[in-house]
Write a protein that binds this ligand. Structure first.
Ligand code: PRX
Length: 661
């Protein structure tokens, strides 16, 4: 059922850690400090969701108040209908209006180190600074013809201009579509075509492990693949050589230079689109997930506040290590954090550049209090050795978080002890691009945690584990993870594909949102994620469709047929195993393997490169022609789970695959 290699160890875990005693003092008081309080508030959020969410929404600014808090049912649930607001206003202007313009909004650190002490270039932006930069760029976008409703594509490194660009789009009501800087030209062109986006914002390059990632070059190559791109705005970051098209290309600093530093916020309907973010599904074509304004804003604001215990006017410095190219960066670097007025740290580069202690060096120098990262990173830190964190004073840390994939108990314990000094609660947060914000998560001052469990539903989240007919399974039985009531952050659609939206999330179990994960609930009421139920794999916390990788392999002239499955991987959680049958005239060779791996990297991005690639004369299939992926998973993992192979068409195929290298 799952591609996750850690289920066995998770199943036998029974250690329970209450919130550390000192947490309440160190964090300036926990917002929710007992399970009694959690239970009471959770019950209220279920019984009176409109009252609950209306009160939260009242903590933010609205240009016009909503008529209804929630309305409609899946798949057409709406939040705050009739309300008008602007997310950028709530991130920036609201703080300035309340007299906090000089507070720090963003702390940015570049990758290349300068001087001694291991620091990179540091830029600090107050809310005033951010206001000026965002307004100028918003006006610059307008000067290039961008209007409310036009999708702007953003393909950048982790520089402050990336946050500025997203906020500028939100300000003028132009939905952004951020593409992770590790994706290929083909991926850019596909997303630009799908979103019908004419303006791309990029950088000349971005720093990664001391090397320049050629972002502008990739955008140039994308313009060869689609005619849609009319303007490319380029941030000068690495000063690498780039090609220049006078008709199309514009420097960021030039187009911003003479712009006014005031730009009014567009008044947005609560249900107007805020952004599109492409993610993988079980078919080859990535889905453009739509998030809207009001519900997403309220949901990310509250989850940030209570899950990370963000308190303004304290010494908190919050750091989420994700890239803004993923949903985690959207929700928990920018949109949920800025309205809470705690500085959000952005780091440009790799965790191990120039040395494997870079993250801990940053934590020490910036006195980071809340730290949010992915299990795959934690496993890499463990492998690099304890001496790296031990070189640094990490005593500023109050809270640790993880996201993106199941965390194995060994990594969880290491994180707690070596990074947190056994003093910090760990919030293992389960959620998805589609959910907008965290859904299953401990509350740091209240929830007893157990390594590997994402514990309880957040307020307003009616999560359950059910069977195909929608009835709940027994305690500790695996089943389908669903949400039975709409919550404010839920996706509102897949761009341009209503049928896929309805089928994927609401078509299988009547009246419920299907997450696509299997899970169980234990005797303490804690949730345990077991893995995906579809052909999606989670590589280093990044979602990939096996079909996407297969399509890219068969697009190479040498490959006739390909099957891709997940394989347990020590660091990545899940690695990619590919099985290919070759066209006549092509012979298996190490060289061809490398060519194909490179081909996939060019087609999708380096994260999709198969870790293991096998050539085979045939793929194991049922008599009706369906590839038996579960058998391939066994072959890839070198295991034999004694699966039923009575429907296998040709028994020799598996024996041959096992026999090879
Ligand atoms: O399988 C779950 C896994 O990541 C999927 C969502 O991926 P994506 O949309 O890229 O969003 C990742 C960041 C929010 C889920 O369906 N996943 C996410 N968080 C966890 C997790 N699996 C186990 N534990 C988690 N905490």
């Amino acid at each position: 059922m799952s591609d996750n290699g850690n289920i066995e160890s998770i199943l036998h875990e029974d250690r329970i850690f209450p919130p550390p005693e000192k947490f309440n003092d160190r964090i300036g008081g926990a917002y929710i400090n007992s399970m009694e309080k959690y239970d009471e508030m959770y019950a209220r959020s279920m019984e009176d969701p409109d009252g609950f969410w209306g009160e939260v929404a009242d903590q933010l600014d609205w240009f016009e108040r909503w008529d209804t808090v929630s309305s409609g049912a899946f798949p057409d649930a709406k939040w705050f209908e009739g309300g008008k607001t602007n997310v950028c206003h709530n991130c920036i202007d609201r703080q300035i209006n309340m007299g906090h313009g000089d507070d720090t909004a963003i702390i940015w650190e570049g990758e290349p180190t300068i001087g001694s002490g291991g620091s990179g270039e540091v830029r600090t932006l107050t809310y005033h600074d951010l206001h000026v930069e965002v307004c100028k760029f918003a006006n610059a976008l307008k000067s290039q013809g961008v209007k409310k409703g036009d999708v702007v594509t953003i393909y950048m490194g982790m520089v402050p201009e990336l946050a500025i660009a997203t906020l500028a789009c939100a300000r003028i009501g132009a939905p952004h579509s951020v593409i992770f800087g590790g994706f290929s030209s083909q991926a850019i062109a596909d997303r630009v075509e799908d979103a019908k986006s004419k303006v791309v914002v990029t950088c000349d390059g971005s720093w990664r492990r001391g090397k320049v990632v050629p972002l502008k070059y990739n955008v140039d190559a994308a313009t060869e693949l689609t005619d849609l791109i009319e303007k490319v705005i380029v941030v000068k970051r690495c000063e690498n050589e780039i090609a220049w098209n006078d008709e199309r290309d514009i420097w960021w600093h030039e187009v911003c230079e003479n712009q006014e530093d005031e730009c009014p916020c567009e008044s947005m309907d609560a249900e107007d689109m805020l952004f599109l973010l492409y993610t993988s599904g079980s078919t080859g074509k990535p889905k453009g997930i739509i998030h809207t304004t009001g519900g997403y804003m309220v949901y990310t604001y509250l989850t940030s506040k209570w899950v990370f215990n963000l308190r303004p006017d304290t010494d908190q410095v919050y750091w989420c290590t994700a890239d803004i190219g993923w949903i985690t960066g959207h929700s928990y670097i920018i949109y949920g954090v800025l309205p809470n007025r705690v500085p959000t740290l952005m780091y440009e580069g790799a965790p191990n550049f120039p040395e494997p202690d870079r993250f801990w060096n940053i934590v020490e120098r910036h006195k980071v209090t809340q730290f949010y990262t992915a299990p795959t990173a934690i496993r890499a830190f463990m492998k690099w050795g304890d001496e790296h964190p031990k070189k640094h004073d990490l005593s500023s840390l109050n809270l640790l978080g993880t996201v993106g994939e199941p965390i194995n108990p060994e990594a969880w314990m290491w994180y707690r002890e070596i990074i947190g000094g056994s003093n910090c609660p760990i919030v293992d947060t389960w959620w998805q691009t589609e959910t907008g914000g965290q859904m299953l998560t401990p509350l740091p001052g209240a929830t007893p945690t157990t390594p590997g469990s994402c514990t309880r539903p957040f307020f307003g989240v009616d999560a359950a584990i059910v069977q195909e007919d929608g009835t709940e399974v027994d305690t500790n039985s695996g089943g389908l993870l669903v949400v039975r009531k709409p919550w404010p952050g839920i996706l509102r659609g897949i761009f341009g594909d209503r049928d896929r939206f309805v089928d994927t999330y609401f078509g299988r179990i009547d009246g419920m949102y299907l997450a696509g994960d299997s899970a169980r609930v234990d005797e303490n009421g804690n949730f345990w994620i077991m893995g995906r139920i579809d052909d999606v794999i989670n590589v280093s916390g990044h979602r990939l469709g096996t079909m996407e990788v297969e399509s890219s392999l068969v697009s190479h002239e040498s490959v006739v047929e390909a099957a891709v499955v997940g394989v347990p991987h020590e660091i990545k959680g899940t690695g990619i195993a590919a099985f290919c049958t070759l066209a006549g005239g092509f012979e298996p060779s190490e060289e061809l393997k490398q060519t194909l791996r490179k081909h996939v990297a060019n087609e999708i991005g380096a994260i999709a490169k198969p870790d293991m690639l096998k050539f085979t004369d045939a793929l194991p299939k049922t008599r009706s022609g369906k590839i038996m992926r579960r058998l391939l998973r066994d072959v890839a993992a070198g295991t034999d789970s004694k699966q039923d192979i009575t429907t296998l068409e040709d028994f020799t195929v598996i024996a041959k695959l096992r026999a090879e290298d």
